[in-house]
Design a protein around this ligand. Structure first.
Ligand code: GAL
Length: 374
């Protein structure tokens, strides 16, 4: 996709900053079948998810897929969401431990609160699994996620691909939460690709900004401030996930720049895939959460049965925890770059229903790409 250099007449930018529409991912994709009862006497496993606002993934993908995977392992999973509240996260852990869970799976809001919960569980002899996000200086026995630096590299590669033919592009980076180790890993991966281009002067970095809690609206207003502060000039945007990308695209649309400025993303949400088919977003990163949920359930089943050998046979990768100076046994799954050309892959995988991607304004693109909606 050729991106024409785009600049706005600065004079036309004397505009009050308005809240960019909230993240386009508020509506979670339709989840697979609701929770079904586990067999009587099944081993209890607790799962705490971090929030809902940062990404549609947690309630739309992770919760139903974890429920299905845990049930397939014969486990009775209690899956709750901390709604971005660290006190609630701790309270949920307390009640799950009191209810007799044999394993605790945590996708933490921050390493600090996640590590505290892991230590509390460990003190009661309950093994813990860091799900998707590693708790730095934590004590969880295992970590299941994706190769998150690779995620960032794919975001950087996607942006470079989109900027082919654009001379001296100016880039704005809107990154994830500073409390989320994944955001650091995504950034590190991006910089492996973009760093040399900044250093050589081929690209110009206008500003890079991490967004607390991945708050999509704040990401949008922050992007608008940087854009107007740069005289309305931007040629490419690194958005660390589809939720931030959606808010940024709302701002670009306000200035008539959407579809002219490539925007990255992550999570292959319905909203992100729609934005790609509309031409407003250049790419997303598909992380098959079904695989992440299944690996976690298998690991939890092994740990619930005290079978450490089986657990170690599942978690054959390792990651370093630089703050805790420890090596963590891990499952690191492979992410995939998705652009307009291979959106169909995500739908064929059953990760997102075609009905949630092929809507009125994307139906022509779906037809062109051979994505059937019936
Ligand atoms: C990260 C996660 C991403 C992203 C973000 C927002 O930790 O790995 O998928 O969506 O959180 O929730």
């Amino acid at each position: 996709m050729r991106i024409r250099r785009t600049a706005l007449a600065a004079a036309g930018l004397g505009l009050a900053l308005t809240l960019a529409a909230c993240g386009q991912n508020a509506a979670a994709p339709s989840a697979p079948p609701a929770e079904s009862a586990a067999p009587a006497g099944a081993i209890k496993v607790g799962v705490i998810l971090p929030e809902t606002e940062s990404s549609a993934r947690w309630e739309g993908f992770d919760k139903p897929l974890l429920q299905q995977a845990m049930q397939a392992e014969g486990l009775d999973a209690d899956i709750q969401n901390a709604l971005g509240d660290e006190q609630k996260f701790a309270t949920l852990a307390d009640s799950m431990i009191a209810s007799g869970v044999k394993v605790l799976v945590i996708a933490s809001i921050s390493s600090e609160s996640g590590a505290a919960v892991a230590a509390q569980a460990k003190a009661q002899g309950i093994p813990t699994i860091d799900y998707d996000r590693l708790n730095l200086n934590g004590s969880s026995d295992y970590y299941v996620s994706f190769d998150n630096e690779k995620v960032g590299e794919l975001q950087g590669q996607g942006l470079v691909q989109a900027l082919e033919g654009t001379a001296n592009p100016q880039i704005i980076e809107i990154e994830g939460a500073p409390t989320d180790n994944n955001a650091t890993l995504f950034y590190n991966g991006q910089q492996r690709v973009l760093g040399p281009k900044y250093e050589s002067g081929e690209y110009t970095l206008v500003q890079s900004q991490k967004i607390d809690d991945w708050d999509n609206q704040v990401g949008g207003t922050t992007f608008e401030q940087i854009l107007t502060g740069n005289g309305g000039r931007v040629d490419g945007v690194v958005a660390a996930n589809d939720g931030l990308a959606g808010a940024i695209i709302t701002v670009l649309t306000k200035y008539g720049l959407n579809g002219q400025v490539p925007v990255t993303g992550q999570d292959a949400t319905a909203a992100g895939l729609q934005a790609i088919l509309r031409g407003d977003q250049y790419m997303t990163v598909y992380k098959p959460i079904k695989q992440e949920a299944e690996a976690t359930a298998k690991l939890a089943a092994a740990l619930a049965n005290g079978d450490t050998a089986a657990a170690d046979a599942i978690a054959t990768d390792t990651v370093e925890d630089p703050e805790g100076n420890r090596t963590v046994k891990s499952v690191l799954l492979e992410p995939e770059l998705i652009t307009r050309d291979n959106v169909k892959k995500v739908i064929d995988d059953g990760a997102v229903p075609a009905s949630e991607v092929c809507v009125a304004e994307t139906s022509a693109a779906c037809q062109e790409l051979g994505i059937a909606t019936s």
